[in-house]
Write a protein that binds this ligand. Structure first.
Ligand code: GLC
Length: 561
């Protein structure tokens, strides 16, 4: 495998609205990010992925873009963005933007012109279709609930397609003019100095030749729009569009790209992230998808540590020798990883948070941290559905009500999956609004901020934050890089419940990573004798000739002789 500049990097996702406010309006902004650059540098991260900061009505928090070449005034100005590019460069860091091109905002001039003249050139940028006997053109359910079709105002026979919310009309990628617009815009940002893109919802751009009804799969009489992803024409089109983006934009700039790719067939992995793949990397969502239900969030099962381990290990094996997956325990669309994968009674325990961190950060692939993860931030509490901002959660709440749950039960069932869990302001300090803003935060701070915050952990030995720093340092240490970045992967004792252990070997060194993801001590038989303990989350592990004895929730990395 040819080596690439980004492979030994550590990535960090910023969701700007909740990262750091600089002007007291309660909304995070780019000058706020600038203020935290030294902190991020010290943490050891290199590539910053910025969730959308483009001009947007924020109907889906920026994933609805009204101008791809401008910054929303709530987040700052283009000068701020340029300053961010310069200041990251000065620190040897990189900025990756979010590329949201399955759809734009209904307030984008393209869509405004399309509405004014659906039969004109901009009408061909979108999917306008006639209804069927007063009903929408197909029975597809959108990702956020309800029909994917909304009527064109003033034209009751005509609808437009939106796989996400009503304010996110889908772009028609079969139209070469759309592809040209996207390629030019991507090159414009790359020329400006961004290092690449996280590519949003991208599998959805390939659509079937004919849009037709599917068998209804819920009491609402609709069918999951995701069914179309398996259509062979849709898939072929997707591959063609992605090859064009790669060849005409990403590759000439040697850009780093990471795809938000769900629903890949293992056979497609090579095509997506292999040598000359469409993307540099793609997220591994195996654990995030575990326990999902076709009925909706209210019916989803909570994964435990063994489920997380099994998903992550299966993905690592599938990608072995193919390419680099990007490993996450959370992002802006998912609940907090510690609340999701650790047993409820342990999700607030710093030892357990560190044990989970060791696995994610040392797996093969590229580690992505999500803002606040490094301080051990957890899910929040929602006093009522009115405290929920996220369109997705509201849709899932409606589905739970429709299934017969009382409002209280419905809220309790969807709250643990809510995207807002990860969207509360970053907890920097124990002061007013957790140090996020001097004003009133746009979304309530998680009430645990007085205990869980960056300031309380900075420089404090044994803290979650300091442990993340040591994991990053270990990964980047020249002595172990061959093993931890480019080395092989062998699971150990995967049948031992509550244990996640594996061997990473390369450059003449063999490292064993072992995390006790349980409240009981665990013995880990090793395939060799321990030469040196490189890292331990709490105290020191028990050692015998060929085994480690881990205390509850203890993680250790040892070099084997
Ligand atoms: C992706 C984003 C999510 C957004 C959706 C539509 O899944 O991560 O936040 O709602 O795409 O753009």
């Amino acid at each position: 495998m040819e080596r690439k500049w980004w492979q030994d990097k550590v990535c960090y996702q910023i969701w700007p609205k909740s990262f750091q406010d600089s002007n007291g309006d309660g909304v995070g902004d780019i000058p706020g990010i600038l203020r935290r650059l030294d902190y991020l540098k010290e943490l050891g991260v290199d590539i910053l992925w910025l969730s959308p900061v483009y001009k947007s009505p924020l109907a889906d928090e920026g994933y609805d873009i009204a101008d791809y070449r401008d910054i929303d005034p709530r987040f700052g100005t283009m000068e701020d963005m340029e300053r961010l590019l310069a200041e990251t460069k000065r620190r040897g860091m990189y900025v990756v933007m979010d590329l949201v091109v399955n759809h734009c905002s209904d307030e984008h001039p393209w869509f405004q012109q399309a509405l004014a003249d659906p039969e004109g050139p901009y009408g061909k940028y979108f999917y306008f279709r006639k209804g069927k006997n007063g009903a929408p053109p197909t029975n597809w359910r959108s990702y956020f609930g309800g029909s994917v079709w909304s009527p064109v105002p003033g034209r009751d026979d005509l609808y437009y397609l939106h796989l996400f919310c009503q304010k996110q009309p889908d772009l028609d990628w079969e139209n070469p003019a759309v592809r040209r617009e996207v390629v030019e815009m991507v090159n414009w940002w790359l020329d400006k100095g961004v290092a690449g893109f996280r590519v949003d919802a991208i599998v959805n751009i390939g659509k079937p030749a004919v849009l037709e009804d599917y068998a209804p799969d819920r009491p609402d009489g609709l069918a999951d729009c995701r069914k179309m992803l398996a259509d062979p024409v849709a898939r072929r089109r997707l591959h063609g569009y992605l090859a064009q983006l790669r060849d005409e934009a990403f590759a000439p700039h040697n850009a780093f790209t990471v795809g938000e790719v769900f629903d890949t067939d293992p056979a497609e992995l090579q095509l997506f992230i292999g040598q000359n793949g469409f993307f540099s990397s793609m997220f591994d969502f195996a654990a995030a998808c575990w326990g999902g239900s076709p009925k909706g969030w209210y019916d989803a099962k909570k994964p435990g540590p063994d489920n997380y381990r099994d998903c992550a290990f299966a993905s690592a094996r599938a990608a072995d020798g193919v390419g680099f997956l990007s490993n996450i325990i959370e992002n802006h669309d998912e609940p907090r990883g510690v609340s999701r994968y650790l047993p409820e009674e342990a999700s607030g325990d710093p030892r357990a948070k560190k044990a989970l961190a060791a696995v994610q950060m040392l797996l093969p692939g590229l580690p992505f941290l999500y803002q606040g993860q490094e301080a051990g931030m957890t899910n929040t509490v929602f006093p009522s559905i009115d405290a929920v901002d996220d369109v997705n959660t509201r849709g899932e709440y409606a589905a739970a009500l429709a299934a017969g749950f009382s409002p209280d039960e419905a809220l309790a069932r969807v709250a643990r999956w809510s995207r807002d869990n990860a969207r509360t302001p970053v907890q920097w300090t124990a002061d007013h609004a957790a140090g996020f803003t001097t004003g009133t935060p746009w979304m309530a701070v998680n009430p645990n901020y007085t205990q869980v915050n960056v300031a309380a952990q900075q420089g404090v030995e044994g803290s979650v934050l300091e442990f993340y720093k040591s994991l990053i340092r270990l990964r980047k240490n020249d002595k172990y890089k061959e093993a931890l970045v480019w080395g092989g992967f062998e699971p150990l004792h995967q049948d031992q419940s509550g244990l996640a252990a594996f061997v990473r070997a390369g450059g003449g060194r063999t490292l064993a990573v072992a995390s006790n993801l349980s409240g009981e001590p665990q013995r880990v038989d090793l395939p060799g004798t321990t030469k040196e303990v490189l890292l331990c989350s709490d105290g020191a592990p028990g050692l015998t000739d060929d085994a480690l004895i881990l205390a509850p929730w203890q993680a250790a990395v040892v070099e084997l002789a």
